[in-house]
Ligand binder design. Structure first.
Ligand code: NAI
Ligand code: MG
Length: 341
């Protein structure tokens, strides 16, 4: 039995969490991967009656669980997810983008992953005010650069696709911080002779993601650049609404969509649940790896297949050109999952 802490979030968060919960419940009932879901409060809604967006009790429950899933949070996202990433040392943020059937993308044959350093950069929370000026400190350490580079090369090897890692930075301007990141990635690349390695400045990468996204395999980058490029990569394959993510540390992980709380469509029943459902898939893959649990491998693949089939049938929310509701997509996925058992 896996103890799963679930943050339902703000905006469209509760709508897509409901979808994820029903998928997890079905996996629990039909695929023999057992979950105990523990609802955890965090976010803007909690701030109304609480001093902290992430109450101490919520943090404790998350820490004592086996894994966490999180729907998007609104304005207090930094106090919840950025805090959790740093406190739990979830140093690798993994953000895949690939084509799915019936979703209009800029190109075909896109299958890339952004590996974003998740604990440093300007997210270290070191900002100061002076008279009429403010500064933010950008932190880069050898340790964090080494472990994220190692993660990226291991992932490229494991994926066994184009076997390439591109290190993305702005070392021509940020000579110290990105200089350290870039030289560290290059150093680590020497250990992985079967993986092609290259550097790319972040501005060129932003352009190349549109010009030839199909050329990328694994992109390793610093925190802020990874944040920005992953929204771009999600739209290149169709929508933020299909973009899942994982925050991975040595012993714990949190899975969440790439996007935010989408206040412009909240409450309308049209949020794409696939970002959250594909995050469930990523969670199952991680549980499989961590616990050597083959049932999780199987369940993860079933989710991927069900998503692909439902999209092939043209059941889609408006962000990807359809006219279905969140519930239609979720229910069709559940039906698909039931039929393949
Ligand atoms: P956003 O990612 O919420 O929305 C950007 C655009 O994508 C909107 O047009 C939205 O409707 C669309 N979109 C996002 N997810 C979708 C889905 N599942 N289905 C269909 N369309 C979807 O970015 P925005 O508007 O800049 O931020 C809104 C709030 O989210 C802010 O308060 C921000 O702080 C927070 N945020 C939280 C994050 C987190 O919890 N990890 C990450 C990013 C933003
Ligand atoms: Mg972001």
């Amino acid at each position: 039995m896996y103890k799963l802490a679930l943050i339902s979030g703000d905006g469209i968060g509760p709508e897509i969490s409901k979808a994820a919960k029903s998928v997890i419940q079905l996996i629990h009932n039909m695929y023999d991967v057992k979950f105990e879901i523990i609802d955890v409060e965090a976010g803007d809604s909690v701030l109304k009656n609480n001093e902290k967006a992430l109450p101490d009790l919520s943090f404790k429950v998350i820490k004592n669980s086996d894994v966490c899933m999180k729907a998007p949070i609104g304005e207090s996202a930094a106090d919840v997810i950025v805090y959790l990433r740093r406190m739990l040392d979830l140093y690798a943020n993994i953000r895949p983008s690939k084509n799915y059937p019936n979703i209009r993308a800029l190109k075909d044959d896109i299958d890339l992953v952004i590996v974003r350093e998740n604990t440093e950069d300007v997210y270290a929370g070191l900002e100061y005010d002076f008279e009429n000026a403010s500064i933010a400190i950008r932190l880069t350490t050898k340790k964090a650069s080494t472990r994220i580079a190692e993660y990226a090369f291991k992932l490229a090897k494991f994926r066994n696709k184009k076997k390439s890692v591109v290190s993305v930075h702005k070392a021509n301007l940020l000579r110290k911080t990105d200089g350290l990141f870039s030289t560290t990635c290059r150093e680590i690349s020497k250990k992985y002779t079967d993986i092609q390695f290259s550097d790319m400045y972040v501005d060129a990468c932003a352009m190349n993601l549109i010009r030839n996204p199909e050329n990328f395999d694994v992109i390793v980058t610093t925190n802020l650049f990874g944040d920005i490029l992953s929204d771009e990569a999600a739209q290149v394959v169709g929508s933020l609404g299909i973009a899942p993510a994982a925050n991975i540390g040595d012993n714990f992980a949190i899975f969440e969509p790439v996007h935010g709380s989408a206040p412009d469509i909240a409450g309308k029943g049209i949020a794409n649940p696939l970002s959250m459902i594909l995050s469930v898939r990523m969670m199952l893959d991680w549980l499989a790896m961590k616990n050597n649990d083959n049932k999780c491998v199987d369940a993860a693949q079933k989710i991927e297949d069900a998503v692909t089939k439902v999209l092939a049938k043209g059941i889609k929310t408006p962000d990807i050109g359809g006219n279905n509701k969140t519930e239609d997509v979720t229910n069709t996925i559940l039906t698909e999952l039931r039929s393949t058992q």
